[in-house]
Design a protein around this ligand. Structure first.
Ligand SMILES: Nc1nc2c(c(=O)[nH]1)N[C@H]1C(S)=C(S)[C@@H](COP(=O)(O)O)O[C@H]1N2
Ligand SMILES: [Mo]
Length: 338
């Protein structure tokens, strides 16, 4: 069936700030059908980042996975041109986002995560929220999808390995869930835990890391409106490789803070030790804010390579979200608290 729609496709324009882009799920999916159908954002394949020496692999034609809705291609071209982040940079293609992943529970090979995680069971799925809260609870992810409006947020994702993407997430602010459980005044940190299931996640059999994957934020960071619990990308439910069915996205911090497939959230007065802090405490601290002035012990953080681009670009303080988050670190030595 050919569906032609011009007037009711609503794609955010470059004027819209990342905080408040809002679309109904239905309109968003129509719009994204237009883009994927036109296949215009799928031209750039991620190249291997400079830190990886392996020969680039070819990736199957993305057309096969495009949404089935066919939409007028003039409208689609227009939408592609106006769909950027608030700094004017284009979104990465759906194909980029679902085929170049870090997810050590499956493999350390970025292009191998998608196929290895294909059959990962993400439904039903529950998240337990406990610890220093007045209303602990167990939530079905399917209920969270209707309980909270699902918003679109276009965020830059900056990996500590110095590559980056622009991703249109769907989700809801972490703060909304925290308000629901009502942290006590003793709660200072939020600890997140990924599913532990080595039968489904073969990487968890590796003894290089302390499983399950753990991450943490201060309560104040967690309450910042940018901190998102993501449930979708380009209006589609998350695929396993991106952390289905629900994952954290903290865009001003290095990508490893954005923990995938969360089963447990605990409010605590003890600073959580993340998997990366435990693995290499001299390389990965608790805060992990994107900071071009503080290098990783083994490489510079001053620049990054946007997946799909050839030349490197400067890395921005707090990944470009300084205005929204700098209040969290007033008087904090960002070199010591890395
Ligand atoms: N549970 C879990 N979460 C994880 C990771 C992981 O290995 N396991 N990798 C992190 C890293 S290093 C990055 S850069 C992002 C990548 O997210 P993406 O694959 O959706 O782009 O996920 C983060 N979340
Ligand atoms: Mo990363």
């Amino acid at each position: 069936m050919l569906i032609k729609r011009k007037s009711d496709i609503h794609i955010p324009s470059s004027e819209i700030t990342p905080k408040h882009v809002w679309l109904s799920r239905r309109d968003f999916m129509k719009g994204m059908g237009a883009i994927a159908g036109a296949g215009l954002l799928t031209a750039c394949r991620p190249e291997r980042p400079p830190e990886q020496s392996a020969v680039a692999t070819s990736v199957p034609d993305p057309q096969g996975s495009a949404p089935s809705e066919v939409v007028d291609s003039d409208a689609a071209i227009e939408q592609v041109r106006t769909t950027t982040d608030e700094l004017g940079d284009p979104l990465n293609s759906y194909q980029d986002i679902v085929s170049y992943n870090n997810y050590y529970e499956f493999t350390t090979d970025k292009s191998g995560v998608a196929s290895l995680s294909e059959n990962f069971v993400t439904n039903p799925w529950q998240i337990e929220v406990d610890g220093l809260v007045n209303n602990p609870g167990v939530y079905d992810v399917s209920d969270l999808l209707t309980k909270f409006d699902q918003e679109e947020r276009i965020y830059r994702l900056r990996c500590v390995e110095a590559w980056s993407m622009v991703i249109p997430w769907m989700g809801f602010p972490l703060a909304k869930l925290l308000q629901e459980v009502d942290p006590t005044s003793d709660a200072k940190y939020v600890r997140f835990e990924t599913l532990y299931d080595p039968d489904q996640m073969p990487g968890q059999k590796s003894r290089w890391y302390e499983w399950p994957y753990v991450e943490g934020l201060t309560v104040d960071e967690a309450m910042n409106d940018l901190a998102l619990l993501a449930t979708g990308i380009y209006g589609e439910s998350l695929l396993p490789q991106n952390g289905a069915p629900i994952r954290l996205v903290v865009p001003w911090k290095y990508g490893f803070k954005s923990i995938k497939s969360i089963v447990k959230i605990t409010l605590t007065d003890v600073q959580p030790t993340s998997l990366w802090m435990a693995a290499a405490p001299n390389e990965y601290g608790f805060y992990a804010n994107v900071n071009p002035e503080v290098n990783h012990p083994r490489w510079s953080q001053a620049t990054e390579r946007r997946i799909g681009e050839v030349t490197r670009r400067p890395t921005l303080m707090f990944n470009g979200y300084e205005e929204q988050v700098s209040y969290l670190y007033e008087g904090v030595d960002l070199r010591e608290n890395f």
